[in-house]
Design a protein around this ligand. Structure first.
Ligand SMILES: Cc1ncc(C[n+]2csc(CCOP(=O)(O)OP(=O)(O)O)c2C)c(N)n1
Ligand SMILES: [Mg+2]
Length: 398
């Protein structure tokens, strides 16, 4: 699907770029057009649908639904002061779940702000995910990160680091390390349209192309970076054409079409694994919710725009196709909604009963071998602060 040029090689320690050919009209059309398999009414040409078993297609739907239901339950908890801050993924679920399906356990998923549900899809237990949201003692990150910053070494899911675009060099570095070690590992990295104006984006793409690393870069173009519309973000025709400038095969895809996203990411991942180098994918989508729980998009968006994109909801489109294809009926979809919503409610209830991380854990994971200074500070923790108390959270903004 994505072409395999230009090529750059590192030969005997020396970097050389050769065989650099101009992009063809076809390559350019991939980056400036819009690849889609499911139309806006949820219909698809059966001969073009990726050959996934029905169980995988159901799993994709349930993965997207889980993301949606987490938003439906956790944003209200933020409003009640029970979660510190929240970033919804509503409307953008297709890309991350398709990506999670397209990679292997040994690959890295490097998320941006709104792809946490991909960690659940790749095996993170739901209670651990909720523990991160609430910052309880069961959070492997020991409550040190903002909510929605889930990470897990066990499943190779890299937490977002809050600084927009900083995950791009991280993902490129992971992929480069895999290449040096001759491991068949791919890094799949997500970021937003706003990230494409950051220096880390430019450095990351350039490095990825020159060193031909096995990274797949997915830009979730949800058309807004807080209140900045994408038209004010760039003068490029599309975001995907930026990839071509760095020598990276690039494709623009309907990001609300989970089948097109899966087909595109899978092709790019397979190519990267076979030594074909990086790919750049622009996923055209829309942020149906606010930027975060500290934002009100009514201040800067037209109501009509939102209504139009609600009709292109990725869950509705895929749900219609699954029902029409006799893979998952509307009733079965409603039952899945009920079951997953109950699981989330139960996980939240259980985790709200858990204590916060003990203050002494502040000293853990700072150095592999703690310094004498940290050891001393740990022993001198004031008595009163050894027992943690839960403080009702005030949204810090982001
Ligand atoms: C380097 C940096 N600049 C600014 C911010 C504040 N900020 C947080 S998210 C965001 C917008 C990001 O937009 P985009 O990349 O399109 O991702 P989206 O929020 O749409 O998913 C900004 C400006 C930040 N976190 N880091
Ligand atoms: Mg954006």
């Amino acid at each position: 699907m994505l072409p395999d040029k230009p090529t750059a090689h590192v030969r005997s320690g020396q970097l050389t770029c050769d065989n650099v050919e101009a992009w063809s009209d076809e390559d350019y059309a991939r980056a400036s057009g819009l690849f889609r398999l499911l139309d806006e009414n949820g219909q698809a040409d059966a001969s073009r649908v990726p050959g996934l078993a029905p169980e995988r297609l159901v799993r994709l739907f349930e993965g997207m639904l889980t993301s949606r239901l987490l938003d439906e339950q956790l944003l209200p908890l933020q409003r009640q002061g029970r979660v510190g801050h929240y970033f919804e993924a509503r409307g953008q679920e297709a890309g991350p779940i398709a990506g999670a399906e397209a990679i292997e356990k040994t690959d890295y998923f490097v998320q941006g702000l709104r792809e946490g549900a991909a960690a659940l899809y790749r095996g993170l237990p739901l209670p651990t995910y909720i523990a991160q949201m609430l910052g309880t003692a069961n959070d492997p990150g020991r409550g040190r990160q903002m909510p929605c910053h889930v990470g897990s070494a066990a499943i190779r899911h890299v937490s977002t680091s809050s600084c927009v675009a900083s995950q791009i060099p991280h993902a490129v570095g992971l992929a480069w390390a895999a290449k040096i070690r001759k491991e068949a590992t791919v890094a799949l990295c997500f970021f937003g349209d706003g990230a494409t104006s950051e220096d880390d984006f430019h450095a990351g793409l350039n490095f990825a192309a020159v060193y031909r690393v096995p990274v797949v870069l997915v830009c979730q173009n949800n058309q807004w970076a807080i209140s900045t519309p994408v038209a004010a973000q760039t003068c490029s025709e599309t975001l995907a054409v930026k990839g071509l400038a760095y020598g990276i095969p690039s494709q623009r895809v309907d990001g609300n079409d989970v089948l097109a996203m899966y087909a595109t990411v899978k092709a790019a991942v397979d190519k990267a694994r076979e030594g074909g180098g990086p790919s750049f994918i622009e996923a055209l989508t829309y942020r149906l919710g606010a930027h975060s729980s500290a934002d009100d998009p009514r201040q800067y968006r037209e109501a009509g725009e939102h209504a139009a994109w609600q009709k292109r909801d990725p869950l509705l489109r895929f749900g219609r196709w699954l029902a029409a294809s006799d893979i998952l009926s509307a009733e079965a979809q409603a039952a899945a909604r009920q079951r997953i919503a109950d699981e989330i409610r139960a996980a939240v209830a259980a985790e709200e009963a858990a204590p916060p991380p003990p203050p002494a854990t502040l000293f853990d994971d700072v150095f592999a071998r703690p310094t004498w200074l940290l050891e001393e500070q740990k022993t001198t923790l004031p008595r009163g602060s050894r027992r943690a108390t839960r403080i009702p959270s005030k949204d810090p903004g982001h």
